[in-house]
Design a binder for this molecule. Structure first.
Ligand SMILES: *Cc1c(COP(=O)(O)O)cnc(C)c1O
Length: 379
């Protein structure tokens, strides 16, 4: 068996090299034009992504965290309004809720899909609840059909955190399908370099089918103005850079291929791992495909850190997404003291048992065999 050095969780360099001439000329064109802010490529990318997603409006912004913040601002939520989010996610989802003076309400997740647990969600809804932020974690959708039904029944907004599932398909029980992020009132995504559609820095976007919300979002991302120097509301400065938009236009053409490469790599990991005792391969739900932003296993009965250390000695990186559930984060201690829900057994379990293997578009069979061989031999 061959050996490998310089294995990475995400291989952005080799992905870039395959499309270097296209990317370089797109960036050079922006430099030549000097239209660095709100240049031509931004509007073109927004249109092309809207077309790809089948959504009426895409509005670029500076990063995925800003997209979530702007979404909540656009919905006109008031201090004290409650926003429900899963407890097992990246901090950004909940950070923006607290930052805006809204009240984050954490709920537990499903042990198999890692996404928000519908019965826990239902129990957390009360008359102060105004919005739900489901997260499509690791590349697979939360149960949007049930979430939208609950939202309708209780008149709640739904903001999809689609930072990890751009391009995933959601299948409704009536046989129709929609792209992840286009089902709720607003969808948010991130173009952080390691995301399924990543740029060369920070970037993000919001999606909506609602014309009025779209106009509000566009205004908020640009200092609350529509006509220059006429400020209709308090906004922020959160724009997608033209250079990022230009290279995203190139990469968007390959997004389906990239997601397919991740799916195939995940299937290969599955078959190489087989039915090894104590390892649970990623679960696939019926209502969504899984585009594997992360390939995340559950390890039970092993010393996880020991396994990670042994693999690190062979220069095989692994990561824990996420090691600490949000309810145990210092930043949220104050909220959790007064929170109605204090126990999150599944999140606690997952934070102790998950481990993510390298997952990207440039994995080879040899490399995956090497990773799995070493993982199995150190258990
Ligand atoms: C990456 C990510 C974000 C934030 O995106 P940034 O562009 O890094 O601000 C938000 N939510 C989730 C689930 C993410 O993975």
């Amino acid at each position: 068996m061959s050996t490998f050095d310089n294995i990475q969780m995400v291989d952005l360099k080799n992905q870039y090299l395959k499309i270097k001439p296209e990317v370089d000329s797109a960036i050079q064109e922006v430099i030549n034009s000097t239209g660095f802010i709100r240049g031509k490529a931004v509007g073109l990318f927004e249109e092309e992504l809207a077309q790809y997603l089948g959504v009426r409006h895409v509005i670029g912004c500076a990063n995925g965290t800003d997209a979530l913040q702007v979404a909540l601002m656009a919905l006109g939520l008031k201090p004290g309004d409650e926003v429900i989010t899963p407890n097992f996610t990246f901090i950004a989802t909940v950070e923006v809720v607290a930052l805006l003076g809204l009240k984050p309400v954490l709920v537990d997740v499903e042990p198999d899909s890692f996404n928000i647990d519908i019965s826990s969600l239902e129990k957390a809804i009360n008359p102060n609840t105004k919005a739900i932020i489901p997260v499509h974690l690791f590349g697979q959708c939360a149960n949007m059909e049930e979430i939208m039904q609950l939202a309708k029944r209780h008149s709640l907004y739904v903001v999809e955190d689609n930072a990890q599932a751009l391009g995933a398909d959601y299948y409704f029980t009536n046989g129709s399908s929609r792209k992840a992020g286009t089902i709720g009132h607003i969808g948010c995504t991130s173009f952080f370099p390691s995301k399924n559609l990543g740029c060369f820095g920070d970037g993000g976007a919001l999606f909506t089918n609602d014309d009025t919300l779209a106009e509000t979002i566009r205004s908020i991302t640009n200092h609350g103005m529509k006509v220059r120097y006429h400020h209709d509301r308090i906004g922020v400065n959160s724009r997608l850079d033209t250079m990022q938009a230009a290279m995203l236009r190139v990469k968007l053409k390959y997004l389906d291929d990239y997601n397919q490469a991740r799916i195939e790599a995940a299937n290969l990991y599955d078959s190489l791992l087989g039915s090894s005792n104590g390892i649970t391969i990623p679960h696939r739900v019926l209502w969504s495909n899984h585009i594997f932003h992360q390939y995340t296993l559950k390890l039970t009965g092993f010393d996880r850190q020991g396994v990670m250390d042994k693999l690190a000695n062979k220069n095989i990186p692994t990561m824990v997404y996420y090691p600490i559930p949000l309810h145990r984060q210092k930043a949220f201690a104050e909220f959790q003291q007064n929170a109605a829900i204090k126990e999150f057994p599944t999140s606690d379990f997952l934070c102790k048992s998950v481990i993510s293997l390298p997952m990207h578009t440039e994995l080879t069979k040899d490399l995956q065999e090497y990773i799995v061989h070493n993982l199995l031999s150190c258990l």
